[in-house]
Write a protein that binds this ligand. Structure first.
Ligand code: ADP
Length: 459
């Protein structure tokens, strides 16, 4: 059944549930009709029995002939219509109504049970009640009522039900199949639209059904998924294009330099200078390659951080010690403010050092001579904040929302020599977010910038 189309499965379920329901209803109805019939007839039997008892008890020691006479006279019992027979305790028939003879009802004394029972006489059903009467002399009384009409009526209802139920089921199954088809029609158009979507063009969207039902939500969900896929796909395409663009420049430079060098014989000093320049270029390129690979691994979820207990105070010291000579070379005023107590955090030490180096390197890089760079570390119960403040060139308001994007450089005309490839801050943001933290920037052009990294201490 699992491999059946939904439409057929729904119809089969609907059919089975309805069939079970109708069958239960039919059985219940038949049972109720049986009961109602028995109740009506049995009440009548008991009324007849009570009437006989009343007649028998009218006089003490009523003789059988007096009893017979009184019974024949009784209008209520109507002896020509009522099946009534009375025996004495010796088994002798004391009274037998005319109706008994007319309907040729045999002796039913053996049916004595005190409770009404159904007896079939040549396929004529009778409801019979036989009871002994505590009158004097004691009699055994039998009253009976033919129930053929009732039984036939029940048969009639039964056959109507057996014809009506299958017809109703067929009609309902057909209707169910049609309704399921209509309800699933938007699904078919969604499948057709989904078939046309391919990696080359992810701009197609599924038509959203107007009715705000599950299919409406499914179409919306799938469309949102397509939005994310398209954005992801575009990011990958852009990343690949940007990465190849970034790599092409140093390679072209190396090639041109080498070709120029090989055009004629040169002095060993010239070779040396060219090789040194190439080495510098190669070092930058391999650093770029390493950054690209890190981002690619991060996108694929393959880059994992190794968390341990890190001493952030020490980390700030190491990073600032590494960067200080560069700052001094640029004649920058340098200050490091850290708490006296060591600040600990669960994190990846190398990755956090990288974040600090990116921020300090940018601060140094984008701050003109005689500027100021300040690195501070603050800790509260809830979080730790690392701040790198500079009095550099600042960032224009238009660029601010983009500086954490890959390959984004605020000043697009700047060459790689002056700045980096525009990957430092995007790597820093990835690392900070992996630690559950946030990175933000405030900047005013020509005044300076403040980069703030906030890391939660818990977890
Ligand atoms: P890059 O390698 O180019 O420095 P980043 O991702 O580190 O790449 O930075 C992106 C851009 O943000 C930089 O190109 C620069 O324009 C701007 N930027 C980053 N830090 C600073 C800063 N401290 N002062 C001014 N501009 C900055």
């Amino acid at each position: 059944m699992k491999s059946f189309p939904i439409r057929l499965r729904l119809t089969l379920w609907y059919f089975s549930i309805l069939a079970a329901g109708l069958l239960a209803f039919a059985l219940f109805l038949m049972g109720e009709i049986h009961h109602a019939m028995h109740r009506t007839v049995d009440n009548q039997l008991r009324a007849h029995m009570a009437a006989v008892q009343q007649i028998a008890n009218e006089d003490e020691n009523k003789s059988p002939s007096a009893l017979r006479h009184d019974l024949d006279e009784d209008v209520e019992l109507a002896p020509d219509l009522t099946l009534l027979e009375i025996w004495g305790h010796d088994g002798q028939v004391v009274y037998r109504s005319y109706a008994m003879d007319r309907m040729q009802v045999p002796d039913l004394m053996t049916k004595s049970s005190g409770q009404p029972t159904t007896v079939y006489l040549a396929s004529h059903p009778l409801r019979v009640l036989v009871q002994s009467m505590p009158a004097s002399p004691n009699y055994i009384v039998m009253v009976a009522i033919p129930v053929r009409d009732f039984v036939e009526a029940i048969h009639q209802v039964k056959s109507t039900l057996w014809i009506a139920i299958p017809l109703l089921l067929l009609l309902a199954a057909g209707g169910g199949y049609w309704i399921a088809g209509r309800a699933l029609a938007p699904m078919r158009s969604m499948i057709a639209a989904a078939e046309t979507i391919h990696p080359g063009d992810l701009s197609t969207r599924l038509e959203v059904p107007r009715a705000e039902d599950e299919l409406h939500r499914l179409a919306l969900t799938l469309n949102r998924m397509l939005d994310r896929l398209q954005a992801g796909f575009e990011r990958i395409t852009r990343f690949t294009a940007d990465a190849s663009h970034e790599l092409r420049t140093p390679i072209a430079l190396l090639r041109t330099r080498t070709e120029l060098l090989l055009r004629r014989n040169r002095h060993p000093e010239e070779y040396r200078a060219a090789l040194e320049a190439s080495l510098c270029e190669l070092e930058e390129t391999s650093a770029l390659l390493e950054e690209l690979m890190l981002l690619a691994r991060a996108d694929a979820g393959a880059e994992t951080l190794r968390f341990s207990n890190c001493n952030l105070t020490e980390l700030v010291h190491t990073a600032t010690t590494m960067m200080q000579p560069l700052a001094e070379a640029n004649n920058l005023t340098w200050s490091v403010i850290v708490p006296t107590q060591p600040v600990y955090l669960r994190g990846d030490e190398a990755a956090l050092r990288r974040v600090l180096l990116v921020l300090i390197d940018n601060a140094v890089k984008y701050t003109p001579e005689h500027g100021r760079v300040e690195i501070s570390l603050q800790a509260t119960d809830r979080d730790i904040t690392l701040t790198v403040r500079d009095t550099g060139i600042g960032i224009a308001e238009l660029d601010l929302p983009h500086i954490f994007d890959r390959f984004y450089r605020a000043d697009q005309s700047r060459t790689r020599g002056a700045g980096g490839a525009g990957l430092g801050l995007s790597i820093a943001r990835w690392i900070v977010e992996k630690h559950g933290g946030t990175i933000s920037v405030e900047s005013t052009p020509t005044v300076g910038s403040v980069f703030r990294v906030t890391l939660p201490t818990a977890g």
